[in-house]
Design a protein around this ligand. Structure first.
Ligand code: SF4
Length: 459
């Protein structure tokens, strides 16, 4: 009973977060940066921040995460960190030889107000950035937003690299949002099956789920290249998967370089994947191949075969807005009932979308976004209205144990299990995996609680 002090009675809070349902901006910026080929992320702040960001990503992806830090001490904290960053850029290109450095700020350097474009410009004029190499950057003050905001800011930093030539490249930009490396691989596989050439950015597949080859590569083979990023301004369109993670970058390309964009939900579940496949096909003027139609049919088959186990099961969800919106739609389509939905990332539109998606259910869903929307509140909601299933990150395990509720790990971070790097949950194949995970925990619970006379071998 680790959370035995969580009271059932819910009190109004305005300046207190307990067990946040989010983490800090630079973690998102660092994850996004790892999706650029040959990139070394750089944390412009203290060593402590950088160590925390790296260790969180290492624990989730089970891969060593390399990143530089401006190593702020008292002097930089008071007078600004320009000298530290100039020195860092020089050292990193000299010693570690990346293709690109992706600098993000931290609370400390944001409070001082360090000007990244000006410092980067100065580094270039001083000759610290070798010819053919780049520095991209994003402002990621962690006292606003969340890891999702930091991710989106760095992705917009990537879009700002675009340098149109005036000749269209015939490709579609796809901005996948914060999904697993396996999900990025799956998006590329679907696009290839559909015969659509895409530029996926960021792309952490082959970076954070690469093979053990016996040889150390500081910069693995995966990741979108800087040339591809420059070419995004010549693409025929952009599909941004998720309003929170991807829309800013897509709208930047649209407004600055006239690359038309569509903002879609992340392709979790049947309908969201349908919309993604349809948008891909429409943009590129292709028809949907049989392979994809068959995969869709398999997902529909499992949904109809197993419908009785999903029917009217109540679910508590915690995670990031783009993922939660798509998952809520998927669960409702299975006749499951999302009853509590929590994200620590702010955004009024989130609550509106969840209410729209659950409008036909016979109750009003509990939904909240922002810093007071935390795991503590989720636990209290569950105490007041029990559920059959919890879906969310690793921290849900405490609630699941205390309340004895089946639990599916999904989202970020997952610190105590593996598999999320390798098995996609997007697309039709990913939908099958999600169903398998949900069914397994529900049926395991049925088996555990079944009396002898109804302990069944066959479903
Ligand atoms: S919240 Fe701010 S101070 Fe804390 S680790 Fe993140 S960037 Fe550093």
């Amino acid at each position: 009973m680790l959370l035995r002090h969580t009271p059932t009675e819910i009190a109004d809070r305005s300046a207190l977060t307990i067990n946040p349902a989010k983490t800090c901006q630079p973690i998102g910026a660092m994850y996004a940066a790892l999706g650029v080929h040959g990139c070394l992320p750089h944390s412009h702040g203290s060593q402590g921040c950088c160590a925390y960001h790296r260790s969180t990503l290492t624990r989730h992806y089970k891969e060593p995460i390399s990143a530089g830090t401006s190593s702020f001490t008292e002097g930089a904290s008071v007078f600004g960190g320009q000298a530290n960053l100039l020195q860092a850029i020089n050292n990193i290109f000299t010693v570690y030889e990346p293709e690109v450095i992706a600098v993000h700020t931290t609370c400390l350097s944001e409070t001082i107000g360090d000007d990244l474009p000006q410092i980067t410009d100065k580094a270039r004029k001083q000759g610290s950035i070798p010819d053919g190499k780049d520095v991209i950057y994003a402002n990621t003050p962690s006292y606003v937003g969340s890891h999702v905001t930091g991710f989106a800011n760095m992705v917009k930093g990537m879009a700002q690299v675009a340098a149109p030539t005036g000749v269209k490249n015939g490709k579609v930009n796809v901005i996948p949002g914060w999904v697993e490396p396996a999900d990025m691989e799956e998006i590329k596989r679907l696009a290839a099956l559909a015969g659509v050439e895409i530029i996926l950015f960021p792309d952490t597949s082959g970076v954070l789920n690469g093979p053990m080859s016996g040889h150390y590569h500081m910069y693995p083979e995966g990741g979108v290249t800087m040339d591809e990023l420059r070419s995004t301004g010549d693409s025929i369109g952009t599909l941004a998967l998720g309003e929170w993670c991807s829309a800013d970058a897509a709208r930047y390309l649209d407004s600055t370089h006239k690359v038309p964009c569509r903002v879609l939900d992340m392709p979790f579940g049947l309908q969201a994947t349908d919309r993604f496949v349809d948008a891909l096909r429409t943009l590129a003027g292709r028809s949907v191949p049989d392979e994809i139609t068959n995969e869709r049919g398999q997902l529909v088959d499992m949904i109809s075969d197993m419908h009785q186990y999903f029917y009217q099961k109540k679910v508590a969800l915690v995670g990031d807005p783009d993922q939660l919106i798509a998952m809520t739609e998927f669960l409702v389509s299975l006749d499951m009932w999302p009853v509590h939905v929590v994200t620590g990332t702010p955004g009024k539109k989130f609550e509106e979308r969840i209410r729209e998606l659950t409008a036909d259910l016979p109750y009003e869903v509990n939904v909240k976004a922002g810093s007071e929307s935390d795991m503590f509140l989720l636990h209290q909601w569950i105490k007041n209205g029990s559920v059959d299933l919890i879906m969310g990150n690793t921290y849900c395990k405490y609630i699941a144990r205390d309340e004895d509720i089946p639990y599916v790990r999904w989202g970020f971070p997952i610190l105590d299990r593996v598999g999320h790097q390798y098995f996609p949950t997007v697309g039709y194949k990913g939908g099958l995996r999600l169903l398998e995970k949900i069914l397994n925990v529900l049926l395991d619970r049925t088996d555990r609680d079944a009396p002898e006379q109804s302990f069944e071998l066959v479903l």
